[in-house]
Write a protein that binds this ligand. Structure first.
Ligand code: FES
Length: 309
């Protein structure tokens, strides 16, 4: 855990604030892979935000936060912070890294999804990698436009009309050289459209990368059974419900914080069956071990799981 102080707040666009966070003594912070996110404890909830700034030996972390009317209040809490306030954060996590072997990076952003794309673009510009950027946003709500223009003066195209974005997307997907990797972040429906279009153009899955945040972004999934070994009961987790919710209904309390697969609080052991990991917390080798799961978001690959609860 890192205790960081808010050193600067700027308005990136209507409804979006950019917060700069640093150590109180201004010592450098852990570096991170471009496209990484930071998990913050935001009053009533725990939220993840993409890191925008320099990823090498950073002296501060920068995030942009869209104020959401709905939700559990995390973005509102961050919008109420002032310089000098302290925030608890977990070290950066990488779920959306650039592919070093890519011949070209096609970066596609929708709305606030521009934040990890900006991080990718910053790294690509430093390494001299070839990029192309498509950014779709509501009129007057473009975020970080000046930085995007500076980093990709030749290849950035911005769209405020859906039809124009779709036409540009089709044109761009159809003419990329072999070896181009596509990175997309934005609302779920936006990412689904981009991925579907890429697949229709024959892009292999391994060259399409997306950044999806939160439990709301997840598929409702298939039903599965969970044998509660110690309680000698079996429960069913229906599509759209989480194992955490079902356990709570059964009277079994599991520590939890974010309920979105970020914080690691709701980890429980698995003694039989194969989990379908959907969290942002476990490392790859921990997921491969299949002996624990984050019950707020993860499901089962097998018809049933057994847990020692
Ligand atoms: S409650 Fe945070 S990972 Fe499940």
């Amino acid at each position: 855990m890192l205790q960081l102080v808010v050193t600067e707040i700027t308005e990136a666009s209507p409804q979006v604030r950019t917060l700069t966070l640093a150590r109180p003594d201004r010592a450098s912070l852990p570096s991170f892979t471009p496209g990484s996110h930071l998990v913050l404890e935001c009053g009533p909830s725990v939220n993840a935000y993409s890191l925008l700034g320099d990823s090498r030996m950073p002296s501060a972390y920068t995030i942009s936060v869209l104020k959401l009317g709905a939700g559990r209040g995390g973005s509102r809490w961050l919008h109420e912070r002032s310089p000098g306030d302290m925030v608890t954060v977990r070290p950066p996590r990488s779920m959306f890294p650039p592919m070093q072997k890519a011949r070209k990076h096609l970066l596609i952003a929708g709305g606030i999804g521009v934040t990890p794309i900006l991080s990718h673009l910053r790294a690509a510009a430093r390494w001299g990698h070839q990029t192309e950027v498509l950014y779709s946003h509501r009129p007057g709500h473009g975020t970080h436009l000046d930085e995007l223009r500076q980093l990709a003066p030749e290849s950035l195209r911005c769209f405020t009309r859906r039809s124009e974005f779709h036409a540009a997307l089709q044109e761009s997907l159809g003419r990329q050289p072999i070896g181009t990797h596509l990175y997309c972040c934005g609302p779920e429906s936006f990412m689904d459209t981009v991925c579907r279009s890429a697949e229709e153009f024959g892009w292999p899955e391994g060259r399409i990368h997306t950044e999806r945040f939160g439990a709301d972004a997840l598929d409702p999934g298939a039903p599965f059974e969970v044998v509660l070994r110690d309680s000698q009961r079996t429960v069913t987790v229906e599509p759209g419900r989480s194992l955490l919710e079902v356990l709570e209904e059964t009277g079994i309390s599991v520590p939890n914080l974010c309920r979105q697969g970020f914080c690691g609080e709701c980890r429980i052991p698995v003694t039989a069956g194969t989990p379908l990991h959907r969290d942002h917390y476990l490392e790859d080798q921990e997921k491969a071990a299949d002996d624990s799961l984050m019950c707020c978001v993860s499901r089962a690959q097998t018809d049933s799981l057994e847990v020692p609860l």
